[in-house]
Unconditional design. Structure first.
Length: 232
């Protein structure tokens, strides 16, 4: 009888031991599976991040190509090849820094100077307006904007340098966008001057939009030239 009791106790211990071993085994399998899932999720996250980075790089490459081609279209060889490449890189960096559509900068350039870095602005009378270069900047405006970048503007020849004119013109446009918080008003102010626009806004007069509409038309023309769908 004692032997049977001992066998029963041993059997119980064996069953318990087997149960513990099974539980440990299942737990290890569970932990292993959980680790594998976590590893897979980590790898999935890394792949998604890499894909997103590739998408961004692809977008940057597309923007650079758009800029380079647009400069070729606008300049019509008025700007040397080496300078066009430099300008493309500069506008590309500006668009990344300010998160701004680079073709809009070029559309304003097309409207202002038709891509001619030696352009001299004139009134209808034929007298010089005091605006020079690709983005038709006036010396006083260029001096004010240039201080922020450590650029000293003295004469109109300084504004005939494409890289200087584009840098200051783009910075001036961004300043106007920040001032008005509205792209349309900023573009109108680029043409009229902020003082004149402020007066128009205070008197609640209908704003002159011809310049703004011409810039948008130039923007859409550039997109068509590049065989891209026109944005609405």
């Amino acid at each position: 009888m004692a032997i049977k009791v001992r066998l029963s106790v041993i059997s119980v211990f064996i069953v318990i031991a087997l149960g513990i071993l099974t539980a440990v085994f299942l737990n290890l399998r569970f932990q292993e599976g959980k680790t594998q899932i976590e590893n897979l999720n980590t790898k999935k996250g890394e792949l998604q991040k890499e894909l997103k980075e590739l998408e961004v790089y692809g977008e940057w490459t597309l923007h650079f190509w758009q800029i380079r081609e647009s400069i070729d279209i606008l300049s019509e060889r008025k700007i040397p090849e080496e300078k066009r490449q430099e300008l493309a890189e500069q506008i590309w960096m500006i668009s990344r820094t300010y998160h701004f559509d680079p073709l809009l900068i070029l559309a304003i350039t097309a409207q202002e100077s038709h891509g001619n870095p030696q352009a001299v602005g004139r009134y209808r009378s034929g007298a010089e307006s005091g605006a020079y270069g690709l983005m038709q900047l006036k010396i006083e405006t260029a001096k004010q904007v240039g201080k922020r970048f450590g650029l000293e503007i003295r004469t109109r020849e300084d504004l005939m340098r494409p890289e200087v004119n584009i840098a200051l013109g783009s910075a001036y446009l961004m300043r106007l966008i920040g001032r008005y918080g509205d792209l349309k008003h900023a573009i109108i102010a680029y043409n009229l001057g902020p003082g004149a626009l402020d007066k128009q806004l205070k008197t609640s007069r209908t704003l002159p939009t011809r310049y703004y509409e011409n810039v948008l038309a130039k923007y859409r023309n550039l997109i068509r030239e590049l065989d891209f769908p026109v944005k609405s």
